[in-house]
Design a protein around this ligand. Sequence first.
Ligand code: GDP
Length: 446
Amino acid sequence: MFATLSDRLADTFKNLRGKGRLSEADIDATAREIRIALLEADVALPVVKEFVGAVKDRARGEEVSGALNPAQQIIKIVNEELVTILGGETRRLRYAKTGPTVIMLAGLQGAGKTTLAAKLALWLKEQGKAPMLVAADLQRPNAVKQLQVNGERVGVTVFAPEPGNGVGDPVSVARASIEQAKRTLHDVVIVDTAGRLGIDAELMKQASDIRDAVDPDEVLFVVDAMIGQDAVTTAQSFLEGVGYDGVVLTKLDGDARGGAALSIASITGKPVMFASNGEKMTDFDLFHPDRMASRILDMGDVMTLIEQAEKSFDSEQAMKAAQKLSGQGGEFTLDDFLEQMQQVRKLGSMSKIMGMLPGMGQFREQLENFDEREIDRIQAIIQSMTPAERANPKMIDGSRRARIAKGSGRQVSDVNHLVDRFFEARKMMMQMARGGGIPGMPGMPG
Ligand code: GDP
């Protein structure tokens, strides 16, 4: 995501390094480069103009802070302006004060609505809500079935027209679902509506009719970020035709340029509320403009990483490991190492996790090429060791290494490499646990 833009901006900032003061020419050159970077990222032209204008004005004027050098000043300004175009503050869902909260989804066919409906339901469940999914997409032959399958995957009830009773009309299905939710004490109702391949009057009318029937607390427009500028155009048409409160971007994982994400809030005036970034049901979260800006500027998204870690980590286990690393509660062993690795893996792919750390932009290629099976290989090696060896890796001598290699189907050099890396990692983690910070972590340029 945003790879080209990140790289471009990083180059731009690099050119400012070591400069004592920014001349008018420096500011112009920087503005020009930022403009090109945004255009290459497929950001809508009006947004580009406004953005560059704001950066230029601010760089020239007011903000000459003694604490920051010129490169840092520009990064600060660009960061703040990115947050602004991405929509400013994080916009959270509004829940109904009484009765079930009704969320209606609208968008084109293939936007990822049905998938999104289930992801949102799962997310709500994790927030302690009792959601219900409603299949009001009766246009696409398979849509009801697909929602039922997805609902089952996330363990959420799906309200759908009875098969065999004819298709029924989506408006009455949607209306009936609200009554049903009240009876069954579901507190959030997610209504999935029909999409079409393109915008047409009938689609708009149907969505408007459903909206009038269920009086939603939130209408969310779901759009595929991969279609770039078309996403922005579609968003505008839907805004005029149906209206909505917020945008959900799907397939952000496939959107290398980020044009839709960067333009849609400014152009429509509606916030991006959620982002969907993968095929897994958990590849979904609130959209935080500030965190997204940090990611673009390779300042990392440590907040999201921490939240995900909190969700999936076994805190007792993590506490034990932390104690061991800080020199209490026995030595950190290969078993602990393996367990930590398995915990980290629950967070997602290595490239996704590492990508959220600051300063990782320079390793993007390596991260993208990281072979996730590497972790399986490490696991196989550790599991071929005896409990005594895992507890005390220092005892793993030459003949033991040969045996372990054979047992795990790897080479002796792989075992050597792993043992070496374990000792290195243990040393580094112990330094960190004792408050030494992360060694060698790059800071801001300047
Ligand atoms: P609908 O027609 O709007 O209901 O769209 P679907 O939910 O059927 O999704 C269309 C296709 O996009 C399916 O193949 C999904 O698996 C895929 N898809 C949905 N969301 C995402 C996402 O965030 N990332 C990726 N890579 N694929 C997605």
